[in-house]
Design a protein. Structure first.
Length: 339
């Protein structure tokens, strides 16, 4: 699976011609950003190595900042204090099956079978992307800190997916994750993409799909890998939480400035780590709903209506703290019993 150079060159030409016909500064900025994504993919095709700095950056919107800050204030410090993560960490441990191999053909078969059982909309997106050469699977790790990403072009309402597929089982959930991003962004315009790029909900749904994929693998010969990956996933949540623990404990109020969390004492913490923590918590909330009744997949998908719009804060207001902590405790207990 590779991106199509001619297809991308044609799309770049269309975007650059469109830039000449618009007068709104915001629209020009959005189109230039979109053009930079296409140039990035063309540069990647040409050289098979790239610099992520070629991708333009967009400023975080105020509405997204407020939504995150309110959520952090209301929930994260309370979740941190609601039960002792460190006690759980002392019991954690898992085996690494990083060198277990899976062939490309079998890998794609597993993806098809999972999507057929899980969500037909995702399956449709996968098949369309595959048919139109919009998935780039590579066996070479070109990005040291990025195993996969989804690049969405609003002008054409098309997603282009990059996913590392080096034959090692530990990378097996990358493609389902990125396909979920394609599902999130489908039919978005430039303004929605701008809002969604920094959404606090951006990673929650894809991480939930990863957990659902692990559930699917539990009924295959890769069941040990599935349990291993799920425990590793929970372990990463604990490590992220520990990273911010002292900050949350001291914080009575949190603001967001220059992409950093600032508490009432003037101390700062990484918003990336906090957003990762939030996303994993919400992913556990979703998987808990799904495991109790798999028909709830449609209900979970409805949460996507808050993604990329000013109603994001409404979503946070609809979630109860006890629901989140219950979900995490329930999934933590499942992880610990599998050890």
């Amino acid at each position: 699976m590779k991106w199509n150079k001619k297809d991308l060159e044609e799309k770049l030409e269309i975007i650059e011609e469109k830039i000449k016909t618009v007068y709104s500064n915001d629209e020009i900025k959005y189109l230039k950003y979109e053009a930079s994504l296409v140039k990035f993919m063309l540069f990647f095709i040409k050289s098979n190595e790239t610099d992520e700095k070629i991708i333009a950056d967009l400023n975080i919107t105020q509405s997204s900042e407020m939504a995150k800050a309110n959520f952090f204030n209301k929930y994260l410090s309370e979740i941190t204090k609601s039960f002792n993560f460190k006690d759980i960490m002392d019991f954690m441990g898992y085996y690494i099956f990083a060198n277990v191999k899976v062939s490309s053909e079998e890998y794609l078969t597993l993806i098809e079978e999972f999507l057929e059982q899980f969500e037909m909309d995702l399956l449709s997106i996968y098949r369309d992307c595959n048919k139109e050469n919009r998935i780039n699977l590579t066996q070479t790790d070109y990005f040291k800190n990025r195993d996969g990403f989804n690049l969405y072009l609003p002008t054409f309402q098309k997603s282009y997916i990059y996913a590392l597929s080096d034959g090692k089982i530990k990378k097996i959930s990358i493609l389902p994750h990125e396909l979920t991003h394609a599902f999130q962004f489908q039919n978005f315009n430039h303004k929605q993409v701008h809002l969604a790029t920094y959404s606090a909900l951006r990673e929650a749904l894809p991480l939930f799909v990863e957990l659902a994929f692990f559930d699917f693998l539990k009924n295959t010969k890769y069941y040990k890998i599935a349990y291993n990956n799920e425990i590793a996933f929970f372990d990463s949540l604990l490590l992220t939480q520990e990273y911010n623990y002292k900050f949350y404990v001291k914080s009575k109020k949190i603001e967001i400035k220059n992409n950093r969390l600032i508490n009432n004492t003037g101390e700062s913490a990484s918003i990336r780590e906090a957003s990762s923590y939030l996303s994993k918590i919400l992913a556990y909330y979703f998987i808990n709903i799904y495991r109790n009744n798999r028909n709830n997949i449609k209900t979970i998908a409805e949460f996507n209506q808050y993604f990329g719009c000013s109603k994001e804060y409404d979503f946070f207001g609809s979630i109860k703290l006890e629901d989140l902590t219950f979900a995490i405790k329930a999934e933590a207990n499942k992880c610990l019993t599998k050890k």
